[in-house]
Design a protein around this ligand. Structure first.
Ligand code: CTP
Ligand code: CA
Length: 227
């Protein structure tokens, strides 16, 4: 044999990625959700696949095309997203939680359409959703767990707190106070935070970059951190 092909960076690795918003039913015709476009999570799935990895993408309700070669599981609620992730975690090496999961859902979704009443106010009782990322990070065996922290203030401080509190291997901090980047935009500007083997906090900054380009660079960096 005169030469052997170099294996792509992601060859042999299995990624589990969440993307998009979740949708929490209030009644049969209404829901609670958020403006997550899903673009970043889909770009990460596409980049991981392009680098030779096997990718399962658990997607909330977004109208984005499935990246070629990626296995997609569509879900609506946080509970459905958690169940899909738990069903795949044992077959995953890296878990990237990019979804904007609703923090709360209706305590008791109404079985029939909620009717308008004579009252000028309506109070809905909400209960906390499970934290999908923290749940997978606390399980054993666990995949290498990467979170996203979309913040509007004290971005790095809050991201660092989430890294520690959820026992993550890395977190991508994302300033969403600037509308030209982040939610809905094709660009993103992020900082990757992780702890080295001496538990020292490390960080790497990316300037505002197209989500597709950023996704490739992030996936490549996460693979080397994982290794
Ligand atoms: N996340 C999750 N399940 C939830 C909430 C969040 O998996 N129920 C994940 C997100 O996908 C993201 C990370 O946790 O990777 C951080 O999400 P974020 O909303 O920033 O953090 P929260 O812990 O929900 O705190 P807060 O919204 O109060 O900032
Ligand atoms: Ca949240």
């Amino acid at each position: 044999q005169r030469s052997s092909a170099v294996a792509p960076l992601g060859a042999g690795l299995r990624f589990l990625i969440t993307a998009g918003p979740t949708q929490e039913a209030l009644d049969p015709v209404r829901y609670l959700s958020n403006h997550s476009s899903g673009k970043m999570g889909f770009a990460l799935a596409s980049a991981a696949r392009a680098l030779g990895a096997q990718v399962t993408l658990v997607a909330g309700p977004v109208h984005l095309p499935t990246p070629a070669g990626v296995e997609r599981i569509n879900v609506l609620s946080a509970n459905e997203m958690l169940a899909a992730c738990q069903a795949h975690q044992a077959q995953s090496d890296l878990f990237i939680a990019c979804a904007a999961v609703a923090d709360y859902r209706m305590a008791t979704p109404a079985e029939q359409k909620i009717k308008k009443t004579a009252s000028e106010t309506l109070t809905l009782e909400l209960i906390k959703n499970p934290d999908i990322l923290a749940t997978l990070a606390a399980s054993s065996p666990r995949p290498f767990c990467i979170g996203f922290a979309a913040e509007t203030q004290q971005v790095l401080e809050y991201a660092q707190q989430k890294l520690i509190r959820k026992n993550l291997d890395a977190i991508v901090a994302n300033d969403v106070s600037d509308p030209s980047i982040g939610f809905g935009s094709d660009q993103n500007r992020v900082t990757l935070l992780w702890q080295d083997q001496q538990h020292q906090l490390q960080q790497q900054d990316w300037p505002a970059t197209q989500k597709a380009t950023l996704a490739h660079q992030l996936i490549a960096r996460l693979i080397t951190l994982y290794q």
